[in-house]
Design a protein around this ligand. Structure first.
Ligand SMILES: Nc1ncnc2c1ncn2[C@@H]1O[C@H](COP(=O)(O)OP(=O)(O)OP(=O)(O)O)[C@@H](O)[C@H]1O
Ligand SMILES: [Mg+2]
Length: 412
């Protein structure tokens, strides 16, 4: 028996299944990788169950083949426009005048029960802070004296039907979802340093269909958001603006794209053949950069609005940590720091060894972060057997009682 962790990042453009092992240091050893183009998912929402299942099954099978490990359960990423978050306060009387773990469960249950409609599923309950008898700022209330315990929470919920669809697609691969983890929280586990969390920082993962953000203050998650806009929108702007098929627009974006128009030489051209032309035409690179800049700037403006909404505009000294596939766009760092008026660094997964050739890219922060998430929370360890694939898989999921379930969703 080895302690193996498995993560499946179900992205809008690619599904990435990783099998990893923790060797007791900070280094994560990657044993298996399965990367497949996504089908049947748009902006984080499953639009074709069968197509989505196929892509997930293929990704899982590849990871099983490359690792030689049969995957029975995994931590799975979740994002999309159906995800939302609310802040909710709960209060209970302290039963024995000293706070115990049941008081904590009860107060969190109170915060949770106030606000959640039936068609939503709770993904995470983030504890922002406790107060006892009106005294704020308590991180760990257990063992303290008092009469009234209150908690301030940030509750992240997702559309129950969408969650169920995703669970089914993963189930089609014979894999039980151990836990869903919100995209930006997984990415943060891969790229945010402890000091950045403590100082105050935002992580922003711009993928193909979504832009996911989480704000950390005093070491804890303070605010999260998912925007249904990403690199695919940049591509479709280029396709419309230059009258090109989407596949060609994507290629040109990757090869010639630049985020700041003013920094592109006026004499730089590339040639393409737009719809309705019978020969190649030369396009000025500034024109391309202009299209890209407009959309990416808009994404950062939306991100800024969210930072303002969180109440932490100007109060994140460690700045923005930018990741996700789009962060590979040349000059994006400068554009982000102009719009957001804060320091920006581009980050990709670090401290990984083994089968990591493709993983050294900001596009894989969420996938690697899912493993780190599992590793840093002991009860999430997957017990996987060594051995080649077998068609029939046993489900080893344990049904947790509701209190334990609640704890599993809590962030430390
Ligand atoms: N060098 C680059 N310049 C511009 N865009 C890039 C570059 N490299 C990748 N991208 C874009 O990044 C996006 C894919 O990013 P990523 O792999 O993080 O998405 P995803 O995880 O599949 O999607 P999501 O997280 O939105 O569900 C695509 O739109 C792709 O065009
Ligand atoms: Mg992603």
């Amino acid at each position: 028996m080895e302690e193996i962790v498995v993560g499946i990042d179900v992205g809008t453009t690619k599904i990435c299944t990783l099998v990893g092992r923790f060797d007791g240091t900070d280094v994560l050893h990657i044993l298996g990788v399965g990367i497949e183009p996504t089908t049947g998912i748009k902006k984080g929402i499953i639009v074709d169950l069968e197509a989505a299942s196929h892509a997930i099954v293929r990704s899982v099978e590849r990871a099983e083949q490359s690792s030689g490990i049969e995957i029975a359960s995994a931590i799975v990423s979740i994002a999309g426009a159906h995800v939302s978050s609310i802040n909710s306060r709960g209060a209970v009387g302290i039963s024995g005048e000293i706070v115990d773990e049941y008081d904590v469960i009860n107060v969190l249950e109170a915060a949770r029960s106030v606000a959640i409609p039936h068609n939503r599923e709770v993904i995470h309950i983030v504890k922002r802070g406790f107060s006892i008898d009106g005294q704020d700022g308590i991180n760990e209330p257990i063992g303290m004296h008092g009469y009234k315990l209150e908690v301030e929470t940030h509750i992240i919920t997702a559309g129950a039907a969408t969650v169920q669809n995703l669970r089914e697609c993963v189930g089609a691969a014979g894999v039980e979802v151990q836990q869903f983890v919100l995209n930006p929280l997984a990415s943060a586990d891969a790229v945010l340093t402890k000091n950045e969390r403590l100082m105050g920082a935002a992580v922003c993962d711009i993928g193909g269909g979504t832009t996911d953000m989480a704000i950390y203050v005093d070491g804890n998650v303070w605010h999260t958001m998912v925007l249904a806009v990403g690199g695919n929108h940049v591509t479709s702007d280029i396709a419309h603006g230059l009258r090109l098929p989407v596949s060609q627009a994507e290629e040109i974006k990757l090869q010639q794209g630049y985020a700041i128009r003013a920094e592109v030489g006026a004499e730089d051209y590339f040639s393409v053949r737009p719809f309705g032309e019978d020969r190649d035409v030369n396009i000025n690179k500034q024109e391309l950069a202009h299209i890209i800049e407009a959309r990416v700037e808009e994404i950062f403006e939306l991100a800024l609005q969210e930072i303002k909404r969180s109440g932490y505009d100007g109060l994140l000294p460690a700045g923005l940590v930018l990741t996700g596939g789009v962060s590979a766009l040349p000059a994006i760092r400068g554009l982000a720091s102009d719009v957001l008026n804060m320091s920006v660094r581009i980050a990709e997964p670090e401290n990984i060894s083994g089968m990591v050739d493709q993983l050294h890219s900001p596009a894989y922060s969420t996938a690697v972060g899912l493993l780190r998430w599992a590793l840093s929370r002991e009860d999430n360890f997957v017990k996987a057997k060594n051995g080649r694939n077998s068609r029939k898989k046993e489900k080893k999921g344990v049904k947790l009682d509701s209190a334990k379930n609640l704890f599993k969703r809590l962030l430390p």
